[in-house]
Ligand binder design. Structure first.
Ligand code: ADP
Ligand code: ZN
Length: 209
């Protein structure tokens, strides 16, 4: 299963991606997470990406495309993958098209009001690198693995505003996947479990085709 997850920031694509990856045993490739790891390890890529990410801007195209091409070429992607956070615009979608065909481009949507509410309680786990929330954490730690959590620099209110403005899911990318007959869209629900049950019903449909 080759799957793309898209949606506005904070819609829960990362969380859903993690749940799908665990159940179907396919890798979740989060471009945002790859950048965060590179920033933490102070690599060349990390140094360049940090500048853009801290402003809430997209990282330059060539960097992201190269990174995804290299990652998809690794053997664990042979039976499928979940792309979380890529492609983010039509030009990235066209690049991806050169590498592989996609079975499903699933958009998880959420209203701006709820996005802002959610991002202020979002945390990231230092250990399992999955998103969590102050509502889910247990004793101030990640509810999945007990790891310490932190608040992403780009989840600060000033940066969130810029991300929301500049990183809406572009209509031409949606149309691109609609034309291929692989687009589907759902609304993010109040809990990750509720959302996941809708996600799963769509995955089952695709797998039965
Ligand atoms: P979120 O899930 O909140 O949308 P991500 O973790 O996917 O955030 O991405 C964090 C940041 O990394 C983005 O704001 C952007 O600067 C950069 N980034 C991630 N994926 C891409 C991409 N495909 N193209 C350009 N920049 C990206
Ligand atoms: Zn964790």
């Amino acid at each position: 299963m080759k799957l793309i997850l898209m949606g506005p920031v904070g819609s829960g694509k990362g969380t859903q991606g993690g749940m799908i990856a665990t159940e179907y045993n396919i890798p979740q490739i989060s471009t945002g997470e790859i950048f965060r790891t590179n920033i933490k390890n102070n690599t060349e890529l990390g140094k360049i990406a940090k500048e853009y990410i801290d402003r809430g801007d997209l990282v330059p195209e060539e960097l992201v495309n190269k990174l995804v091409a290299d990652r998809l070429a690794q053997s664990d992607c042979a039976n499928g993958f979940i792309l979380d956070g890529y492609p983010r615009n039509l030009s990235q979608a066209q690049e991806l098209e050169k590498l592989t065909d996609i079975d499903l481009a699933l958009m998880i949507d959420l209203s701006e009001e709820k996005i802002i509410e959610r991002l202020s309680s979002r945390r990231m786990c230092t250990k399992c690198a999955q998103p969590t929330s102050t509502d889910w954490m247990v004793d101030g730690k990640c509810e999945k693995c007990g790891g310490e959590v932190y608040t992403r620099d780009d989840d600060k209110p000033e940066v969130i505003k810029n991300r929301l403005q500049k990183q809406a899911v572009p209509q031409d990318m949606i149309d691109f996947y609609k034309n291929k007959g692989v687009f589907n869209k759902i609304e993010s629900r109040d809990t990750k479990e509720e959302t996941y049950s809708v996600v799963k019903s769509i995955l089952n449909q695709v797998n039965n085709d």
